[in-house]
Write a protein that binds this ligand. Structure first.
Ligand code: G3H
Length: 253
């Protein structure tokens, strides 16, 4: 059975004190979360180690929001895979649409980052998704296919045990506009089919595919109940312990 995952991407939010408060809230409610659901939080770089220390006796995984592709060197302001691993971080989000649009990270660069993560035995949550214009022009599937092909499909089948895909339609991120459960299911099934065609059905069926984009307690249950939706990558609603936990509980119903 595929892993069910609820991951909170905190983006550039929470100073240390705010994060510790959030973590206390999450820890206090962990007993309600079924073992079948993996909880993940992705704090900003400066909060990674304190979060790791605070959560180390719990099942919640702390992951990074990004990293550089190089091993080390003159890259002012950047963080390497070895640095993340050195503080116990084993997973990284790559390809988030904010990295693609604001920081101009393209599929070629993202492929290099994925390669670096895999070379360092790290897991990757790889984000893909179309912008509003592509959705309106009926090109959403073409965009997603291209992102998969250019950034991920040159890796061998064995790499896929370390890759989780997050489908995040850009027009639904932080906008309050969620893809309908049907739109999410349609795209998730398409992504799985692309993986099956490139590799095989077994590989495709084992990959967790998360949905991201304005997931909230009110819509999580319907989205998570879709056949090919294995969880969520949550932004705004992950910044409050109550709503984050409520979203994770949506799997129970
Ligand atoms: O990484 C998370 C996504 O960008 C979703 O953010 P959001 O839940 O605030 O729309």
């Amino acid at each position: 059975m595929r892993k069910k995952i609820v991951a909170g991407n905190w983006k550039m939010n929470c100073d240390l004190a705010e994060m510790q408060e959030l973590l206390t809230g999450i820890k206090n409610q962990l007993k309600n979360i079924p073992d079948s659901v993996s909880l993940i939080v992705a704090p900003a770089y400066t909060n990674l180690y304190p979060a790791f220390e605070t959560l180390k006796e719990t099942p919640v995984e702390v992951i990074a929001q990004n990293m550089h592709q190089a091993k080390n060197g003159a890259f002012t302001g950047e963080i390497s895979a070895a640095m993340l691993k050195g503080i116990g971080i084993k997973t990284v989000i790559l390809g988030h649409s904010e990295r693609r649009s604001i920081f101009k990270e393209d599929n070629q660069l993202l492929k290099e980052k994925v390669q670096t993560a895999l070379d360092n035995s790290m897991q990757v949550i790889f984000c893909i998704g179309e912008e509003l214009e592509a959705r309106e022009e009926d090109k959403a599937f073409d965009v997603v296919k291209e992102q998969l092909e250019k950034a991920l499909f040159s890796f061998p089948q064995t790499a896929w045990k370390n890759i989780v895909v997050a489908y995040e339609p850009v027009w639904a991120i932080g906008t309050g506009k969620t893809a309908s459960p049907q739109q999410a299911q349609e795209m998730h099934a398409f992504i799985r089919q692309q993986i099956a065609e490139k590799y095989d059905k077994e590989t495709a069926n084992a990959v967790s595919i998360l949905y991201g984009g304005s997931v909230k307690p009110a819509n999580a249950e319907e989205i998570f109940s879709q056949t090919d939706v294995d969880g969520g990558l949550i932004g705004g609603a992950a910044l409050k312990a109550e709503s984050f936990i409520e979203i994770a509980l949506a799997f129970q119903n």
